[in-house]
Design a protein around this ligand. Structure first.
Ligand SMILES: NC(=O)c1ccc[n+]([C@@H]2O[C@H](COP(=O)([O-])OP(=O)(O)OC[C@H]3O[C@@H](n4cnc5c(N)ncnc54)[C@H](OP(=O)(O)O)[C@@H]3O)[C@@H](O)[C@H]2O)c1
Length: 253
């Protein structure tokens, strides 16, 4: 077994972290000595993730990110287990539809907003009141490059991520100076969520990226670790694009 680092004394809550990007974020924070509470809807896979990350430093609270009762329990359990909640990483997100916005079912649009935007606000309110208001900390919202420009066929998702980026700025303004709030906008990262975009044709999908490959969860873990560290002490309200350089192509004829 690899030896765990000394405890940093800091504690994070990462939503949607039994696999994929959230797991990569939790892994990066545990690797520097933080204790972490992870969430996810499925009890079994959440428990497996806790065991893999190290059950002496990580707890799991199962539930749906948009469920206010779950938000309350997740923050309460984090406080009970670790006595503080310095960092919140709002990572849980959904993208259930593909098609033209003209035919978008408005109930689906509402659901996308509930999970991708309102839940991030709910968790931020709760970590603020439970700890951060009096003690400081940082919040990171996992947005998407889809929130930065039109994203055909996934419009509800794109609009929700644009809202999350603006929510980031609003929270950064209101929670300063004690709490910094930033977002990360990834391009395609190899996870279950994005599998349809590259499976069976990864080389082709990666070819458009100046850095020559698709993202992996640790790429986002590294960015989240930076945005929750003293290295970014003078950064707030920003959206860090982590995209293998794909946005550079937009300006190239
Ligand atoms: N992968 C990409 O290319 C990419 C690019 C840009 C942005 N993002 C964003 O990154 C975030 C994570 O995506 P991912 O690619 O890592 O997805 P993923 O591999 O599908 O993992 C999602 C994680 O969140 C949990 N989860 C899903 N819906 C949830 C909900 N409503 N409440 C609580 N937990 C939930 C899942 O566990 P359960 O299924 O058990 O709940 C799982 O642990 C999302 O916000 C997504 O929009 C992803």
């Amino acid at each position: 077994m690899t030896e765990l680092p000394a405890l940093s004394g800091k504690v994070a809550l990462v939503t949607g972290a039994s696999r994929g990007i959230g797991y990569g974020v939790a892994e990066a924070l545990v690797a520097r000595g933080d204790r972490v509470c992870i969430t996810g809807r499925t009890e079994d896979t959440l428990k497996e993730a806790v065991d893999k990350l190290g059950a002496d430093r990580v707890i799991g609270v199962a539930g749906k990110a948009h469920d206010e009762a779950h938000q309350a329990v997740a923050v309460e359990r984090t406080m009970e287990a670790f006595g503080r909640v310095d960092f919140l990483v709002n990572n849980a997100g959904t993208n259930p539809v593909f098609g033209p916005i003209a035919d978008l079912d408005l109930n689906v649009a509402r659901k996308v907003f509930e999970t991708n935007v309102i839940s991030a606000l709910g968790f931020a309110q709760r970590t603020w009141h439970a700890w951060q208001k009096d003690n400081g900390g940082a919040i990171v919202n996992i947005a998407s490059v889809a929130g930065l420009s039109p994203s055909p066929f996934i419009a509800a998702y794109g609009v929700s991520k644009a809202a999350l980026i603006n929510l980031t700025a609003q929270l950064a303004h209101e929670f300063a100076p004690g709490v910094r709030v930033n977002a990360i906008a990834p391009a395609v990262v190899k996870t279950k969520f994005a599998a349809a975009l590259y499976e069976g044709r990864e080389e082709e999908a990666a070819a458009g990226y100046p850095l020559g490959r698709l993202g992996v969860p640790s790429d986002i873990g590294g960015a989240a670790a930076f945005l929750t560290s003293e290295q970014s002490a003078w950064v707030t309200g920003q959206t860090l694009v982590v995209d293998g350089g794909i946005f550079l192509n937009a300006g190239v004829a």
